[in-house]
Design a protein around this ligand. Structure first.
Ligand code: NAI
Ligand code: MG
Length: 364
């Protein structure tokens, strides 16, 4: 009897449904006789708003809470930027609401250099070879989830916009534990990026990360100011192993890490509710790092690899099948080596053709 997993797939907006469709084909192909994945597709954010008047349906949220994994494409678009569905908070976004409701606080965003793509990066030959960075981004706190936020528009005073960033020690500590444990499975080096030189929130950040470090004497912890971390990452990506940062800096550093792999469309991510033990599983939202890319929506040329590698992370973390994850990653690399590339990688293939090349590699 195969073990059966319940997967909720939410394509979302723009290129989201396009790349999610590609990833689902890979999910079906990658399963062996020991695993079955039952897929349910639902709407999220703008696509959901157009049909139902809300960014995230109650029934979808309920399903997400009991599912073994949630696979997301991307959300957002200019047409919904000013939409505030009745009864929802000031800044409403279906995906951010989902992350918050599931408490998926640990955002794992790996960027691993792929040798055949190095000529497409802005780096000199030899600078990215072997680079393997994991950005760990806090996903449910900080400025992005500020309770105190708004734009004051009083006729007597200049307009005033604010998002009051807050982290409590528990939020920082639980992320730091994930960071140290991840580093322990890798090259045992953890960089914590903050701005404790100018921000009180980050004074506490550095203090708590240093306290948690005492429990992990085998890991080398390095504190860097976030601006310097960004500079060092651009200069020499190979010096990094795991980089942990708050929601805002983690967002920026993980996009920046995409340069190592030549395109933002290559980057996968997992938003987890913790870190599984060596054999365990954990719930999570698996999604490419990129957004809905309105500029290329509907053209069939979006790079599906970020979504496909997110599905690989799902097999690893949510289904406890690291072997299948490695198979998918191997098939992606082999397809790229064989020249399967969308325009963002200098190629001419469609999303569907690149997916077919990956499926063919899984077959062989
Ligand atoms: P974006 O990531 O959608 O696009 C940035 C650039 O990268 C664009 O030139 C786009 O064409 C390209 N790109 C992105 N993914 C690609 C792929 N798979 N293949 C080929 N090229 C790709 O970011 P942008 O333009 O800042 O935001 C567009 C919308 O997406 C906004 O509404 C934003 O709020 C939303 N967004 C959503 C995210 C999510 O759902 N997790 C993350 C970031 C932005
Ligand atoms: Mg981003």
């Amino acid at each position: 009897m195969p073990e059966t997993f319940d997967l909720l797939a939410l394509g979302g907006d723009g290129i989201g449904p396009e790349v999610t469709g590609c990833a689902l084909k890979v999910v079906e192909k990658a399963c062996d006789s020991d695993i079955r994945v039952d897929i349910t597709e639902e709407l999220l954010h703008g696509a959901c708003y157009e049909k139902t008047g809300t960014f995230l349906k109650e029934t979808t949220l309920d399903h997400a809470k009991r599912a073994d994994a949630v696979l997301v494409g991307a959300t957002g678009g200019p047409q919904w930027d000013d939409v505030r569905p009745a009864g929802e908070e000031a800044m409403s976004d279906g995906l951010m609401q989902l992350r918050m409701e599931l408490d998926a606080y640990a955002g794992l965003r790996p960027a691993r250099a792929i040798a055949c793509l190095e000529p497409l990066t802005p780096y000199r030959p030899g600078l990215t070879g072997g680079a393997d960075v994991l950005v760990l981004r806090e996903m449910t706190g900080g400025n992005f989830f500020a309770a105190e936020r708004g734009v004051d528009r009083s006729p007597e005073a200049p307009r005033r916009g604010y998002d009051l960033g807050v982290y409590d020690e528990h939020q920082i500590a639980r992320l730091a534990h994930v960071g140290f444990r991840l580093a322990g499975r890798r090259r045992r080096h953890l960089v914590s990026a903050d701005k404790s030189n100018v921000m009180e929130m980050h004074v506490l950040w550095r203090e708590v990360v240093s306290e948690v470090a005492l429990e992990y004497p085998e890991i080398t912890l390095e504190h860097l100011y976030a601006d310097n971390a960004s500079y060092q990452l651009a200069r020499d990506p190979r010096r990094f192993d795991v980089i942990m940062a708050d929601n805002l800096f983690g967002d920026m550093l993980s996009d920046q890490a995409g340069v190592i792999v030549a395109s933002l469309g290559m980057l996968p991510s997992a938003c987890l509710t913790g870190l599984p033990g060596d054999t365990g599983r954990v719930c999570g939202i698996f999604e490419p790092v990129h957004g809905s890319a309105p500029d290329i929506t509907g053209k069939g040329i979006a790079n599906p690899i970020g979504a496909i590698l997110s599905a690989a992370m799902m097999f690893d973390y949510a289904f406890g099948r690291a072997d299948i994850a490695r198979n998918i990653e191997g098939a992606v690399t082999a397809a790229l080596e064989g020249g399967a590339r969308t325009p963002d990688l200098g190629g001419r293939l469609t999303s569907a053709a690149v997916t077919d090349a990956i499926l063919a590699q899984l077959d062989s």
